[in-house]
Design a protein around this ligand. Structure first.
Ligand code: SF4
Length: 360
């Protein structure tokens, strides 16, 4: 039987050059999938991704934090989640945090260098006119009035009217992750659809909110699924992309999955940077799986990280993270700070036109 010959793999650096010349979507999906499948040299991939990161973000790193404003008891069935009431994970449902508790979390996050606090609720969503929505509107307003950080939210499905109410209260950015590809999504979530998620994201964009949309890796998805997610995010033109790596939780359907290797994690980060050169790509849950390679996340193209407590999984101490940044010569920057257009310099070695404000 004749063996199939594959076309030569284009070099990642050739895409970096095209992107820096203004062709932001130069990386095609088939090549992206091949990079994600492990083809090509990881260091070459990272060097190209780092070229893009440095050109756009320089030595600045976006830092953000989250608070669990309503913990546990979620009716949805996301197979990775410790907060679904369908699984026995030992997480008890709690009531909403009071505005003073949310303000205190914002003050703490701000003092640690985070420019934004995300209010997260373990809910399917917030219904119009509900007490749940009123709680979060109050929390968002409290964060805005206290002035320590921006107020972001991750609250599930919300109508356009509810989003407008949240925006009016001071919300600047909505997080709503797609988790994985459209094709793989039904393998991990059956209680709602990919399209429902997309609708909320589109509504937020239309209302002028910034959007933070990412996924989880290591759930059993293929490299094609990862490439599909990256291209979906590119088409949506989201602003921030959180990359999470599965932390398997006892009692959930995904318990017992082996985490991705640190090298595979770096490959995901670098490939996403090449696919999404404009976006702030930051690492959130599961970044500890990088182990001793953690600082290399920036060389692989990450431009931010979530610091402080995660929802239900472990994170390093803030002091350790800030010390790492200092040792690397990196600095925190404000969320949503206007950035130069992509084509600001012909190469990473040219001087950048201006410096951005520093938060930490
Ligand atoms: S909707 Fe959110 S909180 Fe609820 S199960 Fe899914 S990931 Fe967990």
């Amino acid at each position: 039987m004749a063996s199939q010959t594959r076309s030569p793999l284009p070099s990642p650096d050739s895409f970096a050059s095209r992107i820096l010349a203004g062709e932001a979507d130069a990386l095609d999906r088939p090549t992206l999938a091949r990079y994600l499948a492990g083809e090509g040299d990881l260091w070459e991939l990272m060097a190209a991704a780092d070229r893009l990161r440095r050109d756009r973000f320089g030595d600045e790193v976006h830092l953000c934090s989250i608070v669990n404003a309503k913990r546990g008891g979620c009716p949805e069935d996301c197979g990775f989640c410790a907060q679904s009431r369908r699984y026995s994970t030992g997480i008890e449902a709690d009531s909403f945090l009071a505005p003073e508790e949310i303000t205190a979390a914002s003050a703490k996050a701000g003092s640690q260098g985070s420019s934004a606090l995300g209010l997260v609720t373990a809910t399917r969503g917030l219904k119009d006119g509900s007490k749940a929505l009123a709680h979060i509107v109050e929390g968002v307003r409290a964060v805005r009035e206290a002035g320590h950080t921006e107020a972001h939210a991750s609250v599930g499905f919300v109508s356009r009217e509810a989003l407008a109410e949240l925006k009016e209260a001071g919300l600047t950015e909505l997080n709503h992750n797609l988790e994985s590809s459209r094709e793989f999504f039904p393998e991990i979530v059956q209680s709602h659809t990919y399209d429902e998620r997309l609708q909320t994201i589109r509504d937020a964009k239309e209302l002028g909110l910034r959007t933070c949309v990412g996924g989880i890796f290591g759930m059993g998805e293929t490299p094609e699924d990862r490439a599909s997610l990256a291209t979906e995010l590119r088409e949506l033109d989201v602003d921030e992309v959180p990359l999470n790596f599965l932390v398997d939780v006892e009692g959930t359907p995904l318990a017992g999955r082996e985490p991705l290797s640190p090298r595979d994690m770096l490959r995901v980060i670098a490939a996403f940077r090449l696919a999404l050169p404009r976006q702030n790509i930051f690492l959130a849950a599961g970044r500890h799986h990088l182990g001793q390679l953690l600082p290399l996340m920036f060389s692989a193209g990450a431009s931010g990280m979530m610091i402080g407590d995660f929802l239900t999984t472990p994170n390093r101490t803030v002091d350790d993270d800030l010390e790492m940044l200092e040792m690397l010569g990196l600095r925190g920057h404000a969320c949503g700070t206007p950035r130069p257009e992509l084509k600001v310099t012909p190469s990473s070695t040219s001087p950048r036109p201006h410096r951005l404000p520093v938060v930490a």
